[in-house]
Design a protein around this ligand. Sequence first.
Ligand code: WQD
Length: 337
Amino acid sequence: MKKILVTGGLGFIGSHTVVELQNKGFEVVIIDNLSNTTIDVLGQITEITGTKPDFHQIDLRIKNDVKDFFKNNHVDGIIHFAAYKAVGESMGEPLEYYENNFNSLIYLLQEMRDRKLDNFIFSSSCTVYGQADKLPITEEAPVKAAESVYGNTKQVGEEIIKDTSKAHNINAIALRYFNPIGGHPSIKIGELPVGVPQNLIPFITQTAAGMREELSVFGNDYPTKDGTAVRDYIDVVDLARAHIAALRRLIDKKNKKSFEYFNVGSGNGSSVLEIINTFEKVNNIKLNYKIVGRREGDVVVAFADTAIANKELNWKTEISLEKTLETAWKWQLKQTV
Ligand code: WQD
């Protein structure tokens, strides 16, 4: 049984990926410093799969702790989620973001180099494209100067991996996520935003639950179908399954280069108002919202051309937006009981 290290494995995307790994017969070991999640998620994963993953509370910024972990744990692959990821926060805390997101990545790669470990999957983001000139966005779209510190950590992170992969023959794949949303159909794990949610879906569900007064829609004067910004929302379980597909590609040595990257989205663009209307319809709820000014740094439209990921990873999204928004609401209701 292949053993896979999942860093940030108790986080939103990490926990859903651990469930899919276990479902597919992998042994999982999790490293998480619990800075953006709770230990309860470990038990919730165990409830879903019946198998408790091995867990180590380690801060990947502490080089000796990373070294000690690998002294005692041989792994057949690493899926690296652990990173700070709040775009707005990153602008105010650049040094925290660069220290955490880069040092963690570098210490992991140094252990892979020194111990001749292979198969590295990196959590990247469509933010590397900024506002793409052509839509849908393919992997050929140029990487633009990052508009946030967070986005820069993903861009430079990919460069670090590319150079390391070449120099030390470590096979690696970066998955460039579009907008992950939703939760597990068991309603046992889902998104756990800390404080006031920055992202659209948790703000919608918290507003519907009465935790927030009303949703502010950031601008309706964009050159789009209804004036609100368009994004590619992907169910977190579909996204988790893309990681299994990428891992299999590396384990089965089907990768064509030592470093590859793929756009992981649904391929569909939805506007903010379309999301609101769909959420209201599937959950039979009236959402309280108002139109306000644009949010600085937002791109107008971003949605993926998924042809390469579909073909090369033999993967595509299967969960509908309606189903995802229904699950997101059920998960919110469970949080507010
Ligand atoms: C989506 C749309 C907002 C909140 C970010 C990161 C990206 C990834 C996903 C980490 C936009 C609008 C939002 C609100 C709103 N994160 N909105 N009112 O900005 O596309 O992507 O999160 O990997 O890297 O950049 O996601 O959910 O913040 O916004 O109108 O209260 O919803 O303007 O058009 P975004 P988002």
